[in-house]
Write a protein that binds this ligand. Structure first.
Ligand SMILES: [Zn+2]
Length: 143
């Protein structure tokens, strides 16, 4: 029986979930909150590394900022994509104004930029606003 490590979006505990239970609305063993809410998870400097490196599912990060019009335009599409792609993929966001160190570590030159991480490594990136359908097909084509 295979199982997957899933980092809780709420308390950041690492849960071990049998893969056949992934789609059955699993809850965190520690804080009991649902591991998947259908909404992108807001990462900070403290939680970023843990989520991209300790999740066994791919993690997509939307690098955004509040002053960026296209980022705001894409936000509802990105949330819609989270609802469709979870629990096979975790969708997350990182505010590049608040977390400039991470933004420069990943050489974010324009926003919005989406990066797909698998096992802590970047496997694809795409800059510019996309529709929900484009986000979903771009992610599915890389995982
Ligand atoms: Zn938790």
């Amino acid at each position: 029986m295979s199982s997957l490590h899933i980092v809780c979006p709420h308390c950041h505990a690492i849960n071990r979930i049998p893969s056949e239970r992934l789609a059955q609305r699993p809850r965190c063993g520690q804080c009991k909150v649902a591991l998947f809410s259908g909404q992108p998870l807001e990462l900070t400097g403290n939680s970023f590394q843990r989520h991209i490196s300790r999740n066994d599912i791919p993690v997509v990060v939307d690098f955004w900022a509040s002053w960026c019009g296209p980022c705001k335009m894409m936000a509802p599409a990105y949330a819609q994509a989270a609802g469709k792609l979870e629990p096979q993929v975790r969708l997350a966001k990182l505010n590049t104004e608040q977390e400039q160190g991470i933004a420069s570590q990943f050489n974010i030159r324009s926003i919005p930029t989406l990066i797909i991480f698998k096992g802590g490594s970047e496997i694809a990136r795409q800059s510019g606003a996309m529709s929900a359908g484009d986000i979903i097909s771009w992610i599915r084509s890389h995982i």
